[in-house]
Ligand binder design. Sequence first.
Ligand code: FAD
Ligand code: SF4
Length: 456
Amino acid sequence: MSQKIKMTQRDSQIRKKDFKEVNRGYSKTEMLLEAKRCLQCKVPMCVKGCPVEIYIPVFIECLLEDKPKDALKILNQKTSLPAVCGRVCPQENQCEKNCILGMKGESVSIGNLERYAADATANSEDENIYVEKNGIKIAIIGSGPAGLTCGGDLLKQGYNVTVFESLHDTGGVLRYGIPEFRLPKKVLDVEINKLKKLGMKLVLNTLIGRTKTIQDLFDEGFKAVFVAVGAGLPTFPNIPGENLNNIYCSNEFLVRVNLMRSYDFPNYDTPVYRGNNVVIVGGGNTAMDSARTALRLGAESVKLVYRRSENEMPARLEERIHAKEEGIEFATLTNPVKFIGDKNGFVKAVECVKMELGDPDESGRRTPKIVENSNYIIETDMVILALGLNPNPILPSLTDNLEVDSKGHILVDKNYMTSVPGVFAGGDIVVGDTVISAMGMGKQAAKSIMRYLTNN
Ligand SMILES: Cc1cc2nc3c(=O)[nH]c(=O)nc-3n(C[C@H](O)[C@H](O)[C@H](O)COP(=O)(O)OP(=O)(O)OC[C@H]3O[C@@H](n4cnc5c(N)ncnc54)[C@H](O)[C@@H]3O)c2cc1C
Ligand code: SF4
């Protein structure tokens, strides 16, 4: 059984000092060798594992014939963001997990091949740009992967799509959360520019719920609205000292670095503290991104504190491997109980306790329990909290009668319609925490919006 062709990376000791992309992408020879591994299954299980149902064997066959433009056309039938997905989707839990080759050996590297197809065609003009317009206006709130996918699919069916974004730039977490060394901004720009060429109108600096309401949008002639505002409200541990100076939440830290470009200092003079001994609390992608970003900003040591073991960490395996290669220390089965400050109110230490794993909770993960009398101190000058994100409480002011659950997620029916007729929702604001699940919901919602508007 053949082994998958591994993607090469930049040397860990060099890359940890800059923000350039870590993964190099396949060469043509590597791509051809990997594409050859695909069995072109008649009933491709990989497609069943893809939330946007890309015709995987067909795009791989195009690559094998060295026709990346044709491969991109197949990808574009289902996704507007192949270069993004090829880089950040957890394929190991989706298409690649279902790949038949994975049963006995190593699955096809579908994500790496998707990335190759998108990168090889990044500079080529899109051929099927013209779509006859039907004059029907749809509003999308939020320009993350859910909003861009829903908008892209509606554009391709002739609808007039306007995306309202509260920030001064597009892409949602893809731009302000995921760092340059995993997803370069210029890669995202290529995909968003293609949507703009298709006719997507992007209205920036517009916070729906404050600048205008959903009712205003209907009054302006929009016939349906898709709410894709993500979930950007940070969670705090609720322990003593969490308001000390130099304790950041991951979102604020990453937004300052990514969106306000403090990684490009001194070209962009953005005020973000550069810690020497940084402690990150959490074990997801956000924690890993914060840790590796702090390292690149010049930290001497970065320690990740996580209350479960590495087996339970939600961060992608690739990110964990890359983080360790770069020298991030993992303090697993450890939980902070108190932050300790100096006389000026700046954090100087974290008091932690050791944890052990008990029985599984409702999510199936084993519940961590405190080991009595195991307290110890980690010295630090900066802490970044990456404990998960929740819906923003601004939601009720989007419109009257929008039903949400106890955590603030918008409630939708099986067609992604909310409690307000004509208002649909998807992405992290409904459920989920991956780019591809947000895209899958955007796609389903686009279909439902078309059915709703044509009464089918
Ligand atoms: C640091 C980090 C790293 C991650 N890494 C990965 C990864 O490697 N792989 C993966 O699959 N997933 C990853 N995720 C999760 C993934 O990015 C999200 O699940 C996904 O972006 C959700 O998409 P969305 O479109 O629902 O929302 P978002 O991407 O959050 O986009 C929502 C957009 O709506 C805008 N908005 C909010 N409120 C309003 C309003 N009232 N009016 C107008 N605009 C508004 C926001 O500014 C934002 O631009 C990561 C998340 C984070 C935070
Ligand atoms: S399941 Fe694997 S081998 Fe079969 S078509 Fe999909 S990628 Fe190719």
